[in-house]
Ligand binder design. Structure first.
Ligand SMILES: Nc1ncnc2c1ncn2[C@@H]1O[C@H](COP(=O)(O)OP(=O)(O)OP(=O)(O)O)[C@@H](O)[C@H]1O
Length: 216
């Protein structure tokens, strides 16, 4: 008998500004899955991720988390979710350490040692104490992405995580995503890049059926 999916989406429709972006969207996400959402600009990829994160209402549909009806904004679900949106979502006047301590303090209590380790792993070890506004776009993005190294969440939802990240950074992130999935976590992400180096990748192109991608 198949395992209960971690997340099930059924008959989901999204409408923005009186325009229907997608209808009858349905897919299952199993523990250990990495799911890439694809589609042209404006097709609704970010909107879908924001619906799942409880940040955007949806027109119709049902969501299930581990077989139970899910209302995405509910705290018990949010405690298992790491959402990193399109924008870096950091405070420009704070240093990388301050940004992550502030974020951690809101969620699970601050741990400066863990924050420094995460920033070092993401390649910001030499920029711990400078204001974020003095860093490049890719470095600012890395501050936000360092949260994956602090995360104990089951589900990661990452909107364009590789934007502005260099080749080595992309490879490191892919490795981290793969490791999370290998430990039974799941990842839903958007990216316009081919991610076929990720083993077990599934792709959902909005408006089409979900497919498994052969490992490159
Ligand atoms: N803040 C907003 N307010 C109103 N409508 C919006 C807003 N953001 C997006 N939309 C509408 O939703 C549509 C889908 O946007 P969304 O960001 O979900 O697309 P996307 O597939 O992620 O695009 P991209 O590949 O360019 O990131 C847009 O074409 C726009 O019509």
């Amino acid at each position: 008998m198949p395992n209960t999916p971690l997340l099930s989406v059924r008959q989901l429709s999204c409408e923005r500004e009186d325009r229907l972006l997608f209808t009858h969207l349905a897919f299952d996400l199993q523990a250990g899955d990495i799911l890439q959402i694809k589609g042209p600009n404006g097709s609704g990829k970010t909107s879908l991720l924001r619906i799942l994160a409880g940040l955007l209402p949806y027109a119709e549909g049902e969501l299930y988390w581990q077989g139970e009806a899910l209302h995405p904004g509910e705290p018990s679900f949010l405690s298992q979710l790491l959402f990193i949106g399109h924008a870096p979502g950091i405070k420009a006047e704070l240093t990388p350490i301050e940004n992550l301590l502030w974020y951690q303090d809101m969620h699970q209590g601050a741990d400066q040692h863990a924050v420094i380790q995460a920033l070092t792993r993401i390649g910001l070890g030499q920029f711990l104490d400078v204001p974020a506004y003095s860093l490049s776009a890719g470095q600012q993005r890395r501050i936000a992405l360092a949260r994956i190294y602090l995360s104990a969440h089951t589900l990661w939802i990452l909107d364009e995580p590789f934007t502005a990240i260099d080749v080595q950074g992309v490879a490191d992130l892919e490795q981290c995503i793969q490791a999370h999935a290998a430990q039974g976590g799941s990842v839903i992400l958007t990216s316009h890049h081919a991610l076929d180096t990720l083993a077990g990748l599934k792709v959902l192109t909005l408006g089409q059926a979900m497919e498994e991608v052969p490992h490159a």
